[in-house]
Design a protein around this ligand. Sequence first.
Ligand code: FAD
Length: 330
Amino acid sequence: MGEVWTLAEFRHGELSSVSYELLNRGKNLSQKLDTALASVILGYDIKKEDIDELIARGADKVYVVDDKNLENFLVESYANVLIALLDEYKPDIFIAAATTTGRTLMPYVAVRKKTGLTADCTVLDIEEGTGNLLQTRPAIGGNILATIKTPNTRPQMATVRPHSMKPAIPDKNRNGEVIYKKYDESLFKTKSKYLRFIKDESQQVTVQDAKVIVAGGKGVGKEENFAIIDELAELLGGAVGASRDVVDRGWKTYPHQIGLSGKTVSPALYIAAGISGAVQHIAGMQTSENIIAINKDPDAQIFHLANLGIVGDLNEVLPLLIERIKEYKA
Ligand code: FAD
């Protein structure tokens, strides 16, 4: 049985936390298959601490390709290196995060390897008896969960929604094997050329990084009423989230949207005000550590998920909450 591989994302000198989420997912798979869990890290000037962290978070092995040519992400050179690694070590499963990098790189590799790839999975498991990877993802507008198998070729590849699982907890006592690989210059020849990196500063809202999210739904009533959601979010040092109905109405812009067709988030606290809890909304926030729901309908679906539910009008509840927080902060 081949190994289970996860792609660690290393960019601009930093290892992204999605790398640890993938290790948490991979652990379950490698344990069921009784095989090694490995992380692959490509980049330039990769720090030893980052490699140690991957081991602490569950990697039994780390494959490292540290090369000046990998300083900036170019899909061709990254894919060439990955294919060389896959050809040599023949893992059974290879998973990456469904980030911009993962979504660009994995299809490119899968096509060249002529192997199956399932995008945007929310659950991964192993089929008893065959050891095949079961790749579950929402389908038909989130109304069903489809479980997909790609049993005929190896590796079985999948991308996983970022923030759909918690990062693995580090254990500094773990030991792992580190395999450094060097490749010939010819592997880095690409048709495309890296010019420069321009950071998108236009989006102020970073719901995906926020520890606290205060999200408003259609129950907020109108655009002006969002002031109360904005105020609470600011008081708590958090970001403002919104349901799709709110975004469709133009009360908030798309970067605020949480859910199946928006962002997936996993904050320490998610406050849902005037949100019914449709399956497509829940798909984007169900891994939040604590959920507080405020809704005037006691039968609202969101209460099934909430740690704390307040049945009431948000226009009454939120001002009281804001007042109490201000008193507490004073
Ligand atoms: P509603 O369902 O209308 O709920 C409003 C709630 O507010 C109700 O529960 C009501 O009781 C409560 N309320 C009303 N007034 C008050 C008040 N004064 N105080 C307190 N509570 C009040 N949705 C998303 O959110 N994100 C997505 O990414 C997403 N993607 C989708 C993708 C597809 C393919 C499809 C088909 C749908 C998607 N949806 C998504 C839409 C989803 O199905 C729901 O329609 C949407 O989430 C409902 O938004 P809502 O909860 O704001 O509105």
